[in-house]
Design a protein around this ligand. Structure first.
Ligand code: F6R
Length: 608
């Protein structure tokens, strides 16, 4: 979603802002802008479109000389993507400039009040309200003006602010939208996400809710909303800088698909010790695990799909009742939770607004919350009672692949551990499963190496209008993700159905040549799936099957078969998803879509 970068130091600010924003491009945006103090006044360039446009307009930042500046990539919420709605935004005499991530929920009320006081608005954004509100409260003391507006604004915000009359300072503020600050060799930097600062510093401070930072060239001071100073300690970021670069691959998505064997290994191997699953960060005793009465899984998008997969595993393997819900639904539906409910919130970014709100709601209702999170130090990681990290490393492509795979592994580990401790999965059974788990990285690699075959197949469907995915049980969960991967990056309409549900309506959409991708990895459901495949094939569908090696019977009803290696029945998602990710990827490439930054999408959805 939107990105913020700010800099104050001894170097030219604009090139640093453009570079930092380029590292946040993956978050999704539709316009961008930078503002720099030039020693006398604040200059600004902003434009609809990609950073390339901004780079050209500003001559790589050269037309904005100065060592203090803020920049922004905007993903439109209030007001269409346009030059005038792009950030930064000025107050009336251009002496205060603001960039903003988040949504000011009461902006209309504030706007009306400001208009009554004579303020004129040039954009349709909620952000412009912030610039005018600062103007209204500013009487020479920036910190005071900032705290005053914080008392007036409702909603979420991460802000970068410069006051022309205090040109040796940059202000950063956060409420429910992430922001970090750090010292560079020659100044200070702010950003909404780690990749933007990695080149300049490894030691960052995570700004907490309702904290304010005053950055100068040499120093940074932290304050509460009551202007009380606060002490903070920096966190060291260990990310490999290359992990945030493309490293020779055509797209981040392809690179990240190839990083899946490592993401899987890194997520399970530190947690297997002497044949046991040890998840120290779980913070739950054996008694705690035995007393779980229900697991409630809450997430969005692909993370939700890993939750759907794990429902089948937790229930079948560990015999614990599981509910899975979309965070955006859960948070408003008065869910029934108690101290016997373990809530799992799953999130790559750790910043998804709905998932974070669901976490807070769950804690309020007395449930224990375990976060399964990829981004270290993110809001969900910090607010959950306990956090189990997926060690997938930075994921840049908007469409998740390696974080998804790592989430599955974390969930398998939890299900196996719970089943073992609750006495349902004996040690020998656990050892066998761990062997099968250890084999997954090599098996994933093998499937990835088969990419040319998938590419050839994908090339036949570049003009498809609709594609359906069907499966039963875990295979239904795999279908949900396969379908999302395809549609989000190729813009081809696609739906996933529980195969048995097809004839209750959807089958009427199947016509001659419609591609129906059928996933059948659950042995006990083969026969049922084969009947469903026959049903669509007789109606003209072209049937693609993804199934286990050896299930040759499927060739009778499928037009094209992709085999996955033998694994434990609970782990098949980790393998079957690989050809489906590749399929979505190659369709997107073949159609000339922006694979890593699909239209209208954002990597981290920090608004609800
Ligand atoms: C799809 C995708 C999204 C995310 C969803 C949740 O490829 O990446 O559906 O899974 O937006 O995001 P996180 O995991 O960051 O909470």
């Amino acid at each position: 979603m939107c990105g913020i970068v700010g800099y104050i130091g001894n170097r030219q600010a604009a090139p640093i802002l453009l570079d930092g924003l380029s590292k946040l491009e993956y978050r999704g945006y539709d316009s961008a802008g930078i503002a720099v103090y030039n020693g006398e006044k604040i200059d600004m360039v902003k434009a609809r479109g990609r950073l390339k446009v901004l780079g050209e307009l500003s001559h790589g930042g050269e037309i904005l000389p100065g060592t203090v500046g803020i920049g922004h990539t905007r993903w439109a919420t209030h007001g269409s993507p346009s030059d005038k709605n792009a950030h930064p935004h000025f107050n009336k005499d251009s002496s205060i400039v603001v960039v903003h991530n988040g949504i000011i929920e009461n902006y209309l009320k504030l706007k009306k009040k400001l208009e009554r006081k004579g303020y004129e608005f040039v954009s349709e954004t909620d952000t412009e309200v912030i610039a005018h509100l600062l103007d209204y409260y500013y009487t020479g003391n920036p910190l005071q003006a900032v705290t005053k507006i914080m008392h007036r604004m409702e909603g979420s915000y991460a802000l970068g602010i410069i006051f022309r009359d205090h040109p040796d300072e940059v202000y950063a503020v956060r409420k429910d939208s992430p922001l970090i600050v750090g010292h560079t060799d020659d100044g200070s930097i702010i950003a909404s996400d780690v990749p933007a600062v990695l080149k300049y510093t490894r030691n960052v401070y995570f700004i907490e809710n309702e904290e304010i930072v005053r950055l100068t060239r040499e120093d940074m001071e932290f304050f509460t909303v009551d202007e009380e100073p606060i002490e903070k300690t920096p966190v060291k970021i260990d990310w490999d800088i290359n992990a945030a670069e493309k490293g020779g691959y055509e797209h981040f998505m392809l690179k990240e698909m190839y990083e899946q064997p490592k993401a899987i290994t890194d997520t399970f191997s530190p947690r297997i010790k002497n044949g046991k699953i040890v998840i120290e960060e779980l913070g739950m005793s054996e008694e705690d695990i035995q007393s779980i009465r229900k697991i409630m899984i809450v997430a969005c998008g692909s993370a939700y799909h890993t939750g759907v997969t794990s429902k089948y595993i937790f229930e079948d393997l560990a015999r614990i009742p599981v509910e899975v819900d979309l965070a955006s639904e859960f948070r408003y539906r008065n869910p029934i939770l108690d101290a016997g409910t373990l809530v799992l919130v799953i999130s790559q970014s750790g910043e998804t607004a709905d998932t974070l709100a669901a976490l807070r709601e769950s804690k309020k209702r007395g449930a224990r919350v375990l976060g399964i999170v990829n981004v270290v130090g993110s809001s969900i990681a910090r607010e959950a009672d306990n956090v189990m990290y997926t060690w997938a490393g930075p994921e840049i492509a908007v469409a998740t692949t390696k974080a998804y795979s790592a989430q599955l592994i974390a969930l398998y580990l939890l299900a196996m551990k719970f089943a073992n401790i609750r006495g349902i999965l004996p040690d020998e059974g656990l050892s066998r499963m761990l062997e099968e788990l250890r084999a997954l990285p090599c098996q994933v690699e093998m499937l990835l190496n088969n990419k040319e075959r998938i590419q050839r197949f994908a090339n036949r469907y570049l003009a498809a209008k609709d594609i359906f995915f069907i499966g039963r049980g875990i295979d239904y969960a795999i279908s949900l993700e396969g379908s999302l991967k395809l549609k989000e990056i190729s813009y081809i309409h696609s739906e996933a159905y529980a195969a048995g549900e097809l004839k209750h309506g959807t089958i009427s959409l199947v016509e001659k040549g419609t591609l129906v991708a059928s996933v059948l990895t659950q042995r006990e459901l083969y026969k049922k799936m084969i009947s469903n495949m026959e049903e669509v094939r007789t109606r003209g569908a072209f049937v693609l099957a993804v199934t286990n090696e050896g299930n040759t019977e499927v060739e009778r009803v499928a037009d094209y078969v992709i085999y996955i290696p033998e694994t434990n029945k609970y782990f098949t998602n980790s393998l079957a998803i690989i050809p489906l990710q590749l399929f979505g990827y190659y369709i997107s490439v073949g159609r000339g879509c922006d694979v890593d930054k699909p239209r209208n999408l954002a990597k981290s959805v920090t608004v609800e």
